[in-house]
Unconditional design. Structure first.
Length: 144
């Protein structure tokens, strides 16, 4: 599968791309386009970009939209998505302490990387670690 999203990926777009390769299609490819790019007619599934089905909906982030669309019933992934939402949208709701740290790490990845491919590779390591945390520490993750 081929996916397209806005360039200069950050928290939610990195986590969504990670979840796509981890749970939907391990061979997925990604194209990163300017915010103003018209995505109609592209032979790719858009996410977290204007007009995309997989995007923010109400108070929910794109990762949560992906979880809903593909019916991913994994409590650890759901807990991770709540952390990602709080890191991506810190003004929307009171952010748990872990979300502040997650956002800081993703800010560093964004600012310290030259390309979106590099941001995605570095972010995937963080997502693997956050997912492992949510799987191992079910009680702590459930409180998120």
């Amino acid at each position: 599968m081929r996916f397209v999203t806005r360039e200069r990926i950050h928290v939610d777009r990195i986590a969504t791309a990670w979840a796509i390769t981890r749970f939907i299609d391990p061979d997925a490819t990604f194209e990163f386009v300017p915010r103003t790019r018209d995505i109609r007619g592209l032979d790719a599934i858009p996410f977290d970009i204007r007009g995309a089905e997989l995007s923010h909906r109400g108070e929910r982030c794109t990762l949560e939209a992906l979880i809903d669309k593909y019916e991913l019933r994994d409590p650890a992934l759901a807990a991770m998505a709540r952390i990602i939402r709080a890191a991506d949208l810190p003004d929307q709701e009171p952010a748990p302490a872990i979300a502040v740290g997650v956002k800081a790490i993703f800010d560093g990845i964004r600012d310290g990387s030259q390309t979106d491919e590099e941001r995605l590779a570095k972010g995937a390591v963080v997502c693997d670690a956050l997912y492992a945390f949510c799987r191992r520490h079910k009680e702590a993750a459930a409180d998120v």
